[in-house]
Ligand binder design. Structure first.
Ligand code: GRF
Length: 207
């Protein structure tokens, strides 16, 4: 069983998708630690409802560079974390974290990267930008995390149609339901099964 640590900051619906997947028979991973950067995040409730070890670690409580990252690493190490999943984690981490978990951190983003990604694209802003541009298809991406935002090797993507009457909120909901909650657990499963090869900044799924 692959030991997964999850980083959250918000509602935690992707965390929930992973919790649900872990409960299914033969899923090769389990969540051993959840860390939230916000004490009021509903993700914290979700973790506690499922008796998952959960801690709130906030950047504002650390003054020295790297101390916040070290605190997360310490907690994850205590639980033997082998894969870090960023599931709506909104706090910036420094390079020490990415060095420590090189090729062992994955993130879910609510667009088809390289569209609508990068520094200022998070949450509802991503869907607003997609509607403003008038794209007919959007979706979600799971990728490895590297220091450059949303630039790591892509693992899985799933497309979702945009409807004429979509609002950012309806689009966000559909992208979650039809893409995010499906491809995030799938990527964790592929990682756990050792089926993701990284070559020249790209991944190859080993069948
Ligand atoms: C999701 O849209 C995810 O793609 C993005 O942040 C949002 C988190 O939602 N990175 P939730 O907390 O999982 O409900």
């Amino acid at each position: 069983m692959l030991r997964v640590g999850v980083l959250v900051s918000g509602g935690g619906t992707n965390l929930q998708a992973l919790i649900d997947a872990c409960k299914t028979k033969e899923f090769p991973a389990k969540i051993v630690s959840v860390i939230s950067s916000r004490s009021k995040a509903f993700a914290v409730e979700r973790a506690r409802n499922h008796n998952l070890p959960c801690e709130v670690i906030q950047k504002k409580n650390f003054s020295e560079a790297g101390a916040f990252e070290a605190a997360i690493i310490k907690t994850f190490d205590m639980h033997g974390v082998e894969l870090v999943v960023m599931a709506g984690f909104l706090t910036i981490l420094d390079d020490s974290f990415f060095d420590y978990y090189a090729n062992k951190i994955i993130n879910i983003h609510p667009s088809l990267i390289p569209s609508f990604c990068g520094k200022n694209f998070y949450g509802i802003k991503v869907h607003k930008a997609a509607l403003e541009k008038g794209v007919k298809v959007t979706g979600a991406t799971v990728q490895f995390v590297i220091p450059e935002t949303d630039a790591g090797p892509i693992i899985l993507q799933k497309a979702v149609d945009v409807m004429d009457n979509d609002t950012p909120e309806t689009l966000q909901k559909r992208v979650m339901e039809e893409a995010e909650w499906i491809i995030l657990p799938k990527a964790v499963q592929l990682f756990a099964e050792g089926k993701i090869a990284i070559e020249d900044g790209r991944t190859r799924i080993i069948s």
